[in-house]
Every structure is written in C-alpha cells, then in structure tokens.
Write a protein that binds this ligand. Structure first.
Ligand SMILES: [Zn+2]
Length: 371
C-alpha cells in the first residue's frame, strides 16, 4: 500500500493527504511500491521523469518540469586519483535541488495547493521559486541574512516573496515553521515528496555507469537531502534486483558546523547544543538538521563515513577544482576537501557531484581568491 508514514510513531496517512508532517510532529517518509522496466526507461526523454514509475505523482498533466537532468559525468583526475565529477550545477536553477523540486511542486499542483513557503540558505529557495513560477503557485521564501546576494536576487527574480531573517539558518527555519501552521510547507528537509525527486540522482548515475553503482560517492552534508535521496534511490534499485550492493557514501561537514559528525562520532542520541560558527560552505551550515536521526540511521546501515574539513581545506579544494575548469560554489568544494582526507583503493569508481554553480556565489569566491 502506498502511504505517507511517520518516521517516529509509524502512523500512516494517504499519499494525497495535504500534510507535510505527522500529527505527532515528526517528519514523514513515503512508502511507494513500483517496478522498474529498463526497456521502457531507455526509450524515454533524458530527464528525471524517465523514472516515471518511481515517482508518486498520479497524473502526468500535473508534472512541472523544465526537461531537467541527465547531468554529465566527467572522468578526471584529482588528488592523483581517477574520479568522476557529476555536473549537478547544470540544472535549470544551477543546483541539484531541482531534482527534488520538480517532484515536490508537481505534487503541490496535484493537491490543488495555491501558496507555499520554504526556508533555505539559497539553492532550495531559488529552485522552489522557479518551479512555483512555472506552476503559477505563490511562493514565500525565508532566508538567513548571510545568504549570497546572487542567490537572493535569483529567488526574487522568479517572483517569489523574500523574507530575510537575521542571524542564523535555524532562525529562518523557525520563522518558516511558524508560518507553515497556515501555509503548505514546501520544505527540502521536511517534505517527503522532495526526496522522491532526489533519488533520481542514483537512478541516473546507475544508468551512466552501465547499470552499476559506483564504489564511493562523496557529498556535502547539511540537511541531508542528497544523502537521503541517494540512499532511497539505490535501495529501490536493490529491491528491484537491479543492483547487488549499495555504494559507500562519504558525507562531509565543515568543522565549523558539524552537528551530525559530532552526533555520530560521540554516539549521541540527540543533536548537540554547540554554538557552531559560520562556514564558507554555506549550504552545509545547518546546526539542527531535522532528519539528523534518520541520517545517522542510514549511515550505520550502509557503513557510511562522516568526516569534517577546515575552512582552509575547503578554500584550497575550491581553488584546485576551479583550476581544473569547474566553477563550483564553496559548498560543493567541501566534498573535494573531504575526499583528500580519505583513502580509496585502486580501480575504485568514485563519484563527486558539483551540487551548486559557482556563478551563484561569485561575490564570495572573488573575496576568497583575493586572500
Ligand atoms: Zn508520528
């Protein structure tokens, strides 16, 4: 049976219930049964909707899409090792978040919702704003004051209403949460439909690697949207007997803001109350990730690693990857900095996505390069 299911109390709801959290206050996941037909998939357009059976949107007429995806996978060398860089910055709004947004906003349209809110340090906000513009849905975005000017302008350019909240990312999340008492919360961390789009990252990678999983994927870790999406995708492939093992995932946090790393390494049952500092990897600056326990649970199931890197290491990696011809935001550079601290074996297939475009943070990159 297809359902929304609570991550804490196991209560179930219909997929078409207009809700983004459980009555108990916890996050929801989606139970969705489907089967993959490779022959059918291979005949379809190269966008995330080629995996149509896996996406819990009922009617095709509700799909909000820019024909996005099938981002290039580029073989190159970094830190004297062969890696594949997946160019996720080439999505319509310049970040990987469009995967989740296309599915979420399609479902919002299907549910007949006319107005949404979201909170974001920038990329998810831009993404939700763009897809709402295409769908004709009113959109309110709560952002922390420190977000990059390029991202704020991008959000406004799509006609979304911007709410600047002083101080931290969490303050923006709190403001959005209280507004979400009355308006549907199109959140990239709360809303379970978002993750149903993120999982297409895995399907696509599997196709690009001749229907295999890579050995290792290195990603930034903030709210865990990509991590949870990757896990769901490969788990679906495993369940459909199209894969024999899950990839190893290395998730990277900035030492300046590493709540999930601390929770895992010190075996804490709750998020720590540390006063974290800001980081140039702004997309990972999430001090209270709402799905932290779920992330820890996934990492223990797949024997994943969470590691931390310093600001200096992020800056160095950013410069190095730019010199290879890739223009990436500092949040994406965190993965490359983390990769340098790990050991991999020869012939391992390693994938590192560039999650956001450098053009979004040119002001910050300019300041870093001057130093
Ligand atoms: Zn519940």
């Amino acid at each position: 049976m297809d359902n929304l299911q609570c991550t804490i109390c196991d209560k179930k709801y219909l997929l078409d219930d207009i809700r983004w959290k459980c009555d108990c206050g916890a996050t929801l996941d989606i139970e969705y049964e489907f089967s993959f037909d490779i022959q059918k998939i291979s005949k379809r357009k190269h966008n995330i909707w080629r995996y149509r059976e896996s996406i819990p949107v009922n009617n095709d007429e509700n799909i909000i899409s820019f024909n996005e995806s099938f981002t290039p996978l580029v073989k190159t060398k970094y830190d004297n090792r062969i890696i594949y860089i997946k160019l996720e910055q080439l999505f319509p709004t310049g970040s990987f978040k469009d995967r989740g947004t296309s599915v979420l906003i399609s479902k919002v349209k299907e549910l007949g919702i006319k107005k949404v809110i979201e909170d974001s340090s920038g990329n998810a906000g831009s993404s939700i704003a763009a897809y709402c513009a295409k769908a004709g849905i009113e959109c309110h975005i709560y952002v922390p004051e420190y977000a990059s000017i390029g991202k704020l302008i991008q959000i406004q350019s799509y006609g979304a209403i911007l709410h600047k909240i002083s101080k931290t990312r969490e303050d923006a999340a709190h403001a959005a949460l209280s507004a979400a008492e009355n308006i549907y919360y199109a959140s990239h961390s709360w809303n379970p439909f978002f993750f149903q789009g993120m999982k297409t990252f895995s399907f696509e990678l599997w196709e690009q690697l001749d229907f295999k999983a890579p050995d290792t994927i290195v990603i930034p870790l903030g709210n865990g949207a990509l991590l949870i999406g990757i896990y769901l995708g490969f788990k679906d492939l495993l369940k459909n007997k199209l894969l024999d093992k899950l990839p190893h995932i290395i998730a990277v946090q900035a030492s300046n803001c590493a709540p999930i790393y601390k929770m895992q390494s010190e075996k804490l049952s709750e998020l720590p109350d540390n006063e974290w500092k800001t980081t140039i990897a702004e997309g990972t600056a999430v001090t209270k990730p709402i799905r932290a326990k779920q992330i820890i649970d996934i990492m223990s199931k797949i024997n994943g690693e969470i590691i931390t890197v310093t600001e200096e290491e992020i800056k160095k990696a950013l410069t190095e990857v730019c010199l290879m011809g890739f223009y990436l935001e500092p949040t994406s550079a965190i993965s490359f900095a983390g990769f340098k601290k790990t050991k991999t074996s020869k012939n391992e297939i390693i994938v590192i996505p560039i999650t956001g475009h450098g053009l979004k943070t040119t002001d910050k990159i300019g300041t870093l390069l001057k130093k």
